[in-house]
Design a protein around this ligand. Structure first.
Ligand SMILES: [Zn+2]
Length: 284
């Protein structure tokens, strides 16, 4: 949550020096950049074309991106029509960390995990406390107790650079809770670049000490998404508006299938076609 105390802990993301706190802005004593803040958020970054959906997005992804600005509609799509979550959640993973700890949710969107967790996103959405570039975090090195990044890394062109920045700000022994997709349809926000197998995720996070890794969204969620896109494509007769229409119809038809994940996620071999994995580790 945004507090006036938070402002005193922020650093210039370019120069990595402490910022001077003024009534409406923070000033970098090194590069003289002014970062504006209100009672609700502080702005380090602006991304103008963020709301332009990419041509290959489904209608649903475009709607979801639009609804991010209205948290109730967003949550409706996120939970009712999105994937079914199994395995350990970010909230459970961080349950032992008290309110005195500095926890940042990177690429949070409008979702608030816990009142004391700081939300950071590159868009000025509801509930976002810090609007910043994920690759240039406005925190001093080794000052953050835990980082959450759920379904975020696929949206950055260079996930290694983002992980290096996460590692920079985390304290030694600091926690990282990550969710990364494996079998998921294309969904821009604003880009969509990468997918990971479980072993791929382990290789990516080789610099962290693994505490837990597992399925976060299972094979039924993956199948529902692929079936929805496949049948919409098949019945589109190469006409984009018809594909968008069918995509919405098939979403409602196939969405209930994801309930099978409550069972299937525990089967051996479920990892072969899981929608997403979670990873909990600590900085070595
Ligand atoms: Zn600066």
């Amino acid at each position: 949550m945004f507090t006036s105390d938070l402002l005193n802990h922020l650093f210039c993301p370019q120069c990595l020096v402490a910022l001077q706190n003024n009534p409406s802005h923070l000033t970098c004593p090194n590069c003289q950049t002014k970062y504006t803040h209100s009672a609700k958020s502080v702005v380090f970054y602006s991304f103008e074309s963020a709301n332009n959906p990419q041509p290959s997005d489904s209608l649903l992804v475009s709607l979801k991106n639009k609804f991010k600005h209205q948290s109730s509609l967003y949550h409706f799509f996120y939970y009712l029509l999105g994937a079914l979550f199994v395995g350990q959640s970010a909230k459970q993973a961080l349950a032992d960390l008290g309110e005195d700890k500095l926890i940042i949710n990177l690429g949070s969107g409008p979702k608030r995990l816990r009142p004391d967790i700081i939300n950071l996103d590159f868009l000025p959405l509801p509930n976002v406390d810090i609007i910043a570039d994920i690759n240039h975090l406005p925190f001093a090195s080794t000052t953050v107790d835990a980082i959450v990044a759920e379904l975020v890394l696929e949206h950055v062109p260079n996930p290694q650079a983002t992980l290096a920045e996460i590692k920079r700000v985390l304290k030694p022994g600091g926690l990282l809770y990550l969710v990364a997709p494996f079998i998921e349809n294309f969904h821009s926000s604003p880009g969509d670049y990468t997918r990971w197998t479980k072993s791929g995720l382990r290789a990516l996070l080789v610099d962290f000490e693994e505490k837990e890794i597992g399925i976060r969204c299972g094979p039924a969620s993956a199948f529902a998404v692929v079936a929805q896109e496949f049948f919409a494509l098949l019945l589109s007769f190469s006409w984009r508006p018809l594909q968008q229409f069918w995509s919405l119809i098939f979403l409602f038809i196939f969405s209930p299938l994801k309930l099978f994940d409550l069972l299937l996620s525990h089967f051996p071999g479920a990892e072969n076609i899981a929608l997403a994995f979670y990873y909990l580790g600590k900085k070595k």
